[in-house]
Every structure is written in C-alpha cells, then in structure tokens.
Design a protein around this ligand. Structure first.
Ligand SMILES: O=C(O)CCC(=O)C(=O)O
Ligand SMILES: [Fe+2]
Length: 328
C-alpha cells in the first residue's frame, strides 16, 4: 500500500506554516454555464491529483445545520464517560457509535490519538454490529441533527463524485453507483483541552491517510489540521468559514490507480499557552457499499500505467485498516 517517507515529528500550531489550498465554488458546477462547469471539473480534479486537498465553497449545506450538529455533539461529549459508553458498540470495530479517548492510533503507531469520537452511518443490518447505530438517549436531538447532516453531506459528495467521473471522461455514475446504499460515516470528533486529556507522545490526530474514497470536512472549531505536501513539507490548512475541505482517501487512490493519490495529514496539538482550547471537527468519510469491488478502473490502467493495486472489496479493505488502527 501507500508508503510515506518518515516525516518530521509534529510541531505545535505556533510553529506551523500556512498553506492555501485550491478553492472551488460548487455553485459553478451545479448552476454554471457549460464552460463554468467544465472549469470546475478541471480545477477540482487537478486539485485532488496534484494537491490532494481542495476547499469547496457555495456547497449549499445550510450553515445552521452544521452549527446545530456541533452544538449537539458538544452536549454529548460533555456527558459523564459511563453515559457516553452506552453508545459503544461491542464488535463494531469502531465503525459505529462511541469510540473512547485514546482508543484509535494511526497505522504504524502505538500511542493513541488525543481524541474521542462518535460514528454515525447508514443502518446496514447485514454488517452486524458494524452496521448498527447507537444514538445517545441522553441527548435526544443528537440523532436527528447528525442524520440530517449525514444526508446533506452524502448528497454533496455525490455531486463531487459525479464531477470527478466527468474529469476522467467516464460515465457520470462511475463513482456515485459505488456509494449508493454505501457505508459512509460521519465522524464527530472531540479533541479535549490538553490539560484534560494527555497521553505522553500523543497528538490530536497522528499523520495518516484516510481509508475511504473522499472525505468532506465541515469547518472545524479551531486550527490544527495540516497536510504533507508532495514535496514533503507540513502545511497548515486554512479553512475559511463556510468552506468544506475535501481530500481523497486510499480507496480513491486504489480505484484511480494512483491518479488521485491519498494525501497524508494530521491534527497537531495546540501550543502550550492554548492548552485549554477544545477542538471539534466532523469529517464525513465517503465509503462504497460493503461488497463493492475495488480494483483500478480500466480507464486508469494502460500499458504505460499497469495496475498498481490488488483487487479487493470495500469491506475487505476497511476491515484490514480497522485492524491496523487498533479498532478491530
Ligand atoms: O479533525 C480534523 O480536522 C481531521 C481529522 C482526520 O483527519 C480524521 O479523523 O481522519
Ligand atoms: Fe483524516
């Protein structure tokens, strides 16, 4: 799989460099002229191919929905731990429900990340515990709020995937048909203030690549996200209010035979003078349906570019990665 040369250890936010990532307006694609649409497709696709991250504005998701979801998750994470653990789903591999502070570590790391999180997905009974939701009864608004945001984000993801199919001059449903009934996950993350939760050597989110096809990140509540550029520099991602940051994951890298590589990223700790700063974020991981075959797509394979990745299924790929993350 994707290997990365050793990267420098995580600095605090105060030492970071600021990056500006490409910005596109989704309105250009949805309601633009033919030329404007074509330009969106080119810039969006090139941004993922060359940069791995792109900022999407005018995405059409009501900011009030995003704010409401943040309000509900803050209420949930403020509950006593035994109450939160009622939403832990034994045997789910962390694929749904509550995952406690420090339980997940990045691939190839032993120290847990300084975060707790909650996964909301589609109800997929065929997956057993990994496809069941466990919403907190102590915060009744949590379920409707996060399910609504899930639906909004999935619709936006579908539009972006359609644009990517056009980028490859492939049938427009090439990627969207993979996510119909899919195992996408809305990850609701709480990074507590460092003074309330610290593991020696721990970082908020150690460097990693996302597992899935695309990730859509609604603006987080504070700084810290950084990407590793293709020339090996860590750059802080500036996410202007109202933008959704999009990145490609390992499944996208696999099916595009590396044309849209996944990009290494992390969330660094705040500098010590800001150690009481809490951070919430809500990445939406776009996953195919579990039995979906994953193999380099024919239009990304040629004599010059032979298939670089072995064929698998979405569920096979996911389970291997959950084991590497210490969740399964
Ligand atoms: O919290 C963030 O901004 C990003 C988190 C992340 O990269 C992940 O959970 O995969
Ligand atoms: Fe990530």
């Amino acid at each position: 799989m994707h290997t990365q040369s050793p990267a420098p250890s995580a600095p605090s936010v105060s030492e970071r460099t600021h990056a500006s990532i490409p910005v596109v307006s989704l309105r250009d694609y949805v309601t633009g002229s033919e030329d404007t649409r074509a330009r969106f497709v080119q810039v969006f696709g090139d941004a993922l191919a060359e940069f791995g991250f792109v900022s999407v504005k005018d995405h059409g998701i009501d900011p009030a929905r995003i704010r409401d979801a943040y309000a509900q998750i803050a209420r949930f994470f403020a509950l006593p731990t035994p109450e939160k653990k009622k939403s832990f789903i034994e045997g789910s591999g962390g694929n749904r429900g509550y995952v406690a502070f420090g339980a997940e570590h990045a691939k190839n790391r032993k120290v847990g990340d300084l975060k707790e999180f909650f996964h909301v997905g589609r109800d997929l009974p065929a997956l057993g515990p990994g496809g069941a939701n466990a919403f907190p009864s102590a915060v009744p608004e949590f379920e409707p709020s996060t399910r609504t945001l899930f639906t909004d984000l999935e619709r936006t993801a579908g539009t972006l995937l359609e644009a990517l199919a056009i980028y490859f001059q492939a049938p427009t449903d090439t990627f969207t048909k993979m996510i119909a009934g899919g195992n996408s996950i809305l990850r609701l993350i709480h990074y507590p203030p460092l003074k309330d939760g610290f593991i020696p050597g721990g970082v908020r989110a150690a460097e990693h690549e996302d597992i899935n096809l695309l990730t859509l990140l609604c603006e987080s509540t504070s700084a810290g996200l950084e990407i590793l550029t293709r020339d090996g520099r860590w750059l802080a991602v500036e996410a202007p209010p109202g933008h959704i940051v999009v990145d490609s994951g390992d499944m996208m890298q696999l099916i595009t035979n590396g044309r849209l590589p996944s990009t290494t990223h992390r969330v660094v700790n705040p500098p010590s003078e800001a150690e009481d700063v809490v951070r919430y974020s809500m990445p939406f991981f776009v996953h195919p349906y579990p039995t979906c075959p994953l193999a380099p797509l024919p239009f990304c394979v040629s004599d010059e570019q032979p298939a670089k990745y072995d064929a698998t299924t979405a569920q096979g790929f996911l389970e291997k990665r959950l084991r590497e993350l210490g969740l399964l």
